[in-house]
Structure formats: C-alpha cells, structure tokens
Design a protein around this ligand. Sequence first.
Ligand SMILES: CC(C)(COP(=O)(O)OP(=O)(O)OC[C@H]1O[C@@H](n2cnc3c(N)ncnc32)[C@H](O)[C@@H]1OP(=O)(O)O)[C@@H](O)C(=O)NCCC(=O)NCCS
Length: 147
Amino acid sequence: MIRQISAEETYKVRQEVLRPGRPLKECFFEGDLEEDTIHLGFFEEEQVVAVATFVARKNAIFETPIQYQLRGMAVLPSHRNQKLGEKLLHKGEEILKSRNPNTLLWFNARETAVEFYKKYGYSTTGPAFMIPNVCMHIVMYKTPTEL
Ligand SMILES: CC(C)(COP(=O)(O)OP(=O)(O)OC[C@H]1O[C@@H](n2cnc3c(N)ncnc32)[C@H](O)[C@@H]1OP(=O)(O)O)[C@@H](O)C(=O)NCCC(=O)NCCS
C-alpha cells in the first residue's frame, strides 16, 4: 500500500494538511525534484492519503557526512491514528538504511508532532524556532546507529 510516488503526487495531501488555504506553489519543497529524493505515498483505493519525503540534505549542526532530511510528513485527518505515519516513517528508514547504513536522518519537527517522533526513537536538539507562516518547529534526528 506504500509506493514511491512523484513530487507532484504529494502536493494534494501536503496542501490540505500542511499548507491549508495556501497556494499550491507553497507545497513545492526545495529538493523535491532531485534524483535521490524519495517520495512515499500511502494509497487507499488508488488515492494518496498520506505522504512523506526524504531529501539528501546536510544540516551543519551534525557532523555525519551522509544526511537525509525528512520533509512533508502528512496524513489526511480522515486517516489519522491508523499507523500510516508510523508505516511511512519505517518504510523511509528502511530505504535509507538499505541505500547507506551510515545515514543520519533529521528534520524540523512541528512542536505538535514531537511526541509522535519520540515514540520512534527520535531526539530533539537545540531551541524551538518559528518557520514563518507555518508554526514552531524543533530539530529532531536519529544517528546512523539508531536508524
Ligand atoms: C503527525 C502525523 C504524521 C501522525 O500520523 P498518524 O498516521 O496519525 O500517526 P500514527 O497512527 O502512525 O501514530 C502512531 C502513534 O503515535 C501517536 N501520535 C500520532 N500523532 C501524534 C501526535 N501529534 N503527538 C503525539 N502522539 C501522536 C498515535 O497516538 C500512536 O500512538 P500509539 O502507538 O501509542 O497508538 C499526523 O497526525 C499528521 O499528519 N499531522 C499533521 C501534520 C504534521 O504535524 N506533520 C508532521 C510535520 S513535522
């Protein structure tokens, strides 16, 4: 039920969940079209209902040379609490580890989602900060040995 999808196929869910009321162009993320970017979609009756994207991006606060950033994790409200977020996260981790076991995975977590990620072994680091027009975020990560 999870498939690799194109960047474009993520936009509808991203818009509804992460950028409600904002133009579709705000649902395009830097790195979306890079060759090594991974977009995952969870399908129900041929409709994408949850998405997550993994982009090869370094964050200078980490020394690990190989880093990916998780972006645009979003589950439609009608499909929450059915472990779709968990499944997308695990699938992404599995793909990254199989590509390179020395990968660190990090992301800017919405403060409202920090507890979700903690369940799966992610740690926070540094102070919370505002992403303009969105909300407060905090950096979270898993080292290569934790991934
Ligand atoms: C956060 C989000 C991706 C979680 O997806 P989901 O499919 O609803 O979550 P799951 O069903 O996989 O939840 C797994 C576990 O995490 C818990 N959980 C889910 N969302 C949570 C949250 N926001 N805070 C704390 N715990 C949460 C669930 O209760 C469940 O716990 P359990 O294993 O004890 O039953 C989803 O709620 C979402 O899209 N939220 C809005 C957008 C967002 O915040 N995205 C993340 C941006 S960084």
